[in-house]
Design a protein around this ligand. Structure first.
Ligand code: NDP
Length: 311
């Protein structure tokens, strides 16, 4: 199957790019990925996306974007791109299940994935008490004890959210100082259901037959270890851009974010563009992501037209 433009990923960046390319009659193929709709599908209210004075839920916002892309003629394919060959044009994309797609241009909008601590007991207890998504799993911890690991805005936000369900939420952070913005820190600190274990490094997730029962931590001040009891452990320690399928064919910064030429969506390979969280280490908002998706579509459209690949 040959395509003029393929968009990989269906968060705000990918779907905005799809809306623009579809409206330019370029009938983009959008490959949905393992989390259709991206990270916003795991949030509740989105109050800062312009145009929704009363807020909108993340899943609803993404569903609207998807419908809008379909209305103008985008094609959406379920599946995950496992490998690409960007060494020559047309580029080749390999989709799980065997589909092989060639494309004159590619927009990468694969987003980022929650980071893990890399400690004993963590991975094996995902789904048994360890979670990376408070809005997805908080409900299961009604009247239970929860630990949120991290000191950034996400940790503050998730801790606040989880107090709706939990009997206690304890924030465990490896430093004495939080990284979160002052307003979000103040908000969390004024919540009586949130307890604090600062300057403590997580060492091990402990579990029994019924799942997670605690987090062993190292007190960085005293050098002592302690077992903090918890039924749920929510990781909120940042994200890793999803670029593994590129197998190093495009340059990234030291954290793995795709390099784009400043002020554009152009990657190091002409005809390959990147937008959204996969190339944004700073802003990472739905609206900046959507804005960068628009930029990628316009850059892509210009590229196709310069190469006489039109509707
Ligand atoms: P951040 O990178 O800001 O924070 C990650 C936190 O996790 C840091 O405190 C960091 O510790 C800690 N951490 C990282 N790796 C480890 C590890 N291996 N072990 C223990 N702790 C670790 O990520 P966030 O997801 O919090 O935020 C990302 C961006 O999104 C930020 O720009 C933030 O402002 C924004 N955001 C905004 C929101 C809003 O405005 N409503 C809500 C949520 C996020 P250390 O401090 O030691 O580096």
């Amino acid at each position: 199957m040959h395509q003029k433009a393929v968009i990989i990923g269906t968060g705000p960046a990918g779907l905005t790019a799809a809306i623009y390319l579809a409206r330019a009659s370029l009938s983009p193929l959008v490959i949905e990925g393992i989390q259709p709709g991206g990270q916003l599908t795991t949030t509740t209210e989105v109050d800062n996306f312009p145009g929704f004075p009363d807020g909108i839920t993340g899943p609803e916002l993404m569903d609207n974007m998807r419908k809008q892309a379909l209305r103008f003629g985008a094609n959406i394919l379920s599946g995950r791109v496992t490998q690409v060959d960007l060494s020559k044009r047309p580029f080749t994309l390999f989709v799980e299940g065997g589909d092989e797609i060639t494309a004159d241009s590619v927009i990468i909008s694969t987003g980022a994935t929650a980071k893990k601590l890399g400690i004993t007991g963590e991975i094996e207890n995902i789904g048994k008490g360890v979670s990376t998504c408070a809005t997805c799993d908080g409900f299961f911890f009604r009247n239970k004890k929860i630990i949120v690991v991290g000191g950034g805005d996400t940790a503050m936000e998730e801790a606040q959210f989880l107090t709706r369900f939990a009997s206690e939420v304890r924030v465990v952070h490896r430093r004495a100082q939080l990284k979160a913005s002052k307003i979000m820190q103040d908000h969390a600190r004024s919540n009586p259901k949130i307890a604090w274990s600062l300057n403590q490094t997580p060492l091990e997730v402990t579990a029994g037959p019924n799942g997670v029962n605690g987090l062993k931590v190292l007190n960085n001040e005293t050098g002592e270890t302690e077992l903090l009891e918890a039924d749920g452990i929510f990781l909120a320690i940042g994200h890793q851009p999803n670029t593994a399928f590129l197998n190093g064919q495009l340059p990234t910064d030291e954290q793995g974010y795709l390099y784009v030429q400043p002020g554009t969506s152009q990657t190091a390979i002409p005809g390959v563009f990147a937008c959204g969280d996969v190339q944004d280490r700073i802003y990472r908002q739905a609206i900046t992501s959507a804005g960068s998706g628009c930029m990628a579509a316009l850059d892509c459209e210009r590229f196709l037209s310069e190469h006489d690949i039109n509707e």
